[in-house]
Design a protein around this ligand. Sequence first.
Ligand code: ADP
Ligand code: 5GP
Length: 183
Amino acid sequence: MIYIFCAPSGSGKSTMVKHLLTMHPDLFELSVSCTTRAPRGEEVHGREYYFISVEEFQKRIDNDDFIEFEQVYDGLYYGTLKEEIDRIEADGRQVLFDVDVKGGLNLKRILGDKATSIFICPPSIDELRRRLEGRGDTSPEMIEKRLAKAEFEMSFQPQFDKVVVNDDLTHAFEQLDAIIEGK
Ligand code: ADP
Ligand code: 5GP
């Protein structure tokens, strides 16, 4: 099974994905996307993302290297490489995707029953702001852009296979574990 994680930025997608990777390192692997944004905080090329230039991203589009790509924010491109699925499946692991809502719905349409799409829901927009500010690695301008998009993204929640409400972290992990165990 492939798991597609989607949510407004700051809802806790990375936290959920890290939980699965820590609990089951032999079972899951994260698909590393390409992005044209600069690395944040402790991010490392090839681990969180392949950080590439706009020119290189365009070359990848021309080569038909992406399953899907989006301009997620003004001028910032993110794309899922076809070769990531092959790389991870060759390792004998299940693929985790952390992508925006539109990209996630596209992936689900392409992958069908091979994939479960999971929407991580923040308790409220106010809490989303607190989390983005608390993370301390995103500029105030980018935080406003992300919050402006969040309500629109929330409207897609009914189109997902599963929803995890990330209010209390322990409870969110329990909901996620139940999904992975097929409950
Ligand atoms: P995303 O990947 O969706 O952008 P993150 O996983 O980076 O979001 O989470 C955003 C911030 O909120 C991080 O600082 C994270 O530690 C914090 N966070 C995540 N889940 C919770 C929670 N249930 N309660 C409080 N803080 C949380
Ligand atoms: P961030 O800049 O916070 O890492 O990510 C911004 C948004 O882009 C997040 O919602 C993240 O899930 C999404 N994203 C990351 N990689 C991809 C990708 O390959 N495709 C799409 N469509 N979105 C992505």
